[in-house]
Design a protein around this ligand. Structure first.
Ligand code: SF4
Length: 392
């Protein structure tokens, strides 16, 4: 792993201790799950934003199962278990929980944090008609109310210059991450996707100004050390999408790296969908527009709309990153993505893009099966790529 990325990863692991030092009566730790929460507002009010997307731990999943229906996804159970019996040091430092739940299981997690853990919540309604003028109007009102809630905790108003400065900082972070991701368009990009994914995870917990400095260091290091991290250009180029891939849910990533599978891009809420679009207008309305109209979550229904914004984005990514195959990852009991899996698979295959649907939870029981299926999928793609090369 690139030294500057390893450094950020290590800094992220030391974050709980820093939070204890940084917190004060008017500076609180405000956590959130789904990436529809406009965290610039938390930052501009002087609070500490913390995105809570840990997963992969069987114990935390089991602990969450004491509160949530067992037929809930592993991530939702972890969101609860890590604050509950698993006593995660980072989740334990959260003073308030903000949430714009993209799915009903995240609504349940929010309720449980409030009712069982006594954490005050700042809910933001996420309209289902997310691409309609009414939906935007509604979300603007929700974002304004959210800002009032955050200001009340700080005991002061957010100043326009503070909001502008936070939006500028976040847009710089987005620009740096996007530049690094766009290197994956090259035949032999300088980073493995798993390194990029680690880099984004660090951004969810680190102080944002500190994180930006770290990103600049990564860009410098890449400029200095032209490296080839084993991204052989003849390898099939993969797009990873689906349910949340939480920090720590490493099964598929490790398997892919072990098999030299070349993931070049993702459509994940813990990956590119967190930072892909900048905020154009530095106001609360501009923030609401950016967060509602950004790369959409697959849980949101596409209703009364000629255009499917998510599919439009996937088409653009598949062209730009020259995708040969798609890994469609679902967490067991993630109804939202599991419900769409067959439809999406058919749509992608009609476009000539083979799909491997991997359904999993946080147990290790299906590791062998995932490996076998991924190996066979890669072999099929390699043969297909060879044949297409000969035919063209
Ligand atoms: S993985 Fe699916 S069910 Fe779980 S929180 Fe995300 S969208 Fe909801």
């Amino acid at each position: 792993m690139l030294a500057s990325i390893a450094e950020l990863k290590e800094a992220a692991e030391g974050r709980p201790a820093e939070l204890i030092r940084e917190r004060s009566p008017e500076r609180k730790v405000i956590g959130y799950f789904c990436n529809y929460v406009p965290e610039e507002i938390i930052h501009a009010a002087g609070h500490i934003p913390l995105r809570l997307v840990k997963g992969g731990e069987r114990e935390a999943e089991a602990a969450g199962g004491d509160y949530l229906n067992l037929n809930s996804c592993s991530f939702a159970k972890s969101c609860v278990g890590l604050r509950g019996e698993a006593h995660d040091p980072l989740y334990g430092e959260v003073d308030y929980l903000a949430e714009a739940p993209a799915c009903v299981q995240m609504e349940w997690a929010l309720e449980i944090w409030e009712k069982y853990f006594g954490v005050k919540t700042l809910p933001i309604g996420l309209p289902r008609n997310f691409r309609s003028p009414d939906g935007l109007e509604y979300f603007i009102r929700e974002v304004r109310d959210f800002a009032k809630g955050v200001e009340a905790i700080a005991g002061r108003q957010i100043q326009p210059e503070a909001l502008l400065s936070s939006i500028r900082l976040y847009n710089e972070i987005r620009r740096s991450l996007r530049e690094l991701y766009e290197l994956q368009r090259e035949d032999e990009g300088p980073l493995r996707w798993s390194e990029l994914f680690t880099l984004v995870q660090a951004g969810f917990v680190l102080d944002r100004a500190r994180y930006l400095e770290g990103l600049k260091q990564v860009c410098r290091e890449i400029g200095e050390v032209r490296r080839s991290p084993g991204n052989p250009k003849e390898e099939p180029r993969l797009l990873l999408l689906g349910s949340i891939l939480a920090a720590g849910d490493d099964k598929v990533i490790q398997m892919a790296d072990a098999l030299q599978a070349r993931i070049v891009m993702d459509d994940l809420c813990t990956g590119s969908r967190w930072f892909w679009e900048p905020v154009e207008e530095p106001t609360l309305e501009g923030l609401a527009r950016r967060y509602l109209e950004k790369s959409p979550c697959g849980t949101l229904p596409v209703l009364q709309s000629a255009e499917n914004p998510r599919r439009k984005r996937l088409e653009e990514l598949m062209e730009e990153y020259r995708i040969d195959g798609v890994l469609y990852y679902t967490l067991r009991f993630c109804d939202a993505y599991a419900f769409k899996a067959e439809m999406e698979k058919r749509w992608l295959e009609e476009k000539g893009i083979p799909v491997l649907h991997l359904d999993s939870d946080y147990s290790s029981s299906n590791q062998g099966q995932i490996r076998t299926r991924l190996e066979a999928f890669l072999e099929m793609l390699r043969t297909r790529k060879e044949r297409l090369k000969i035919e063209n």
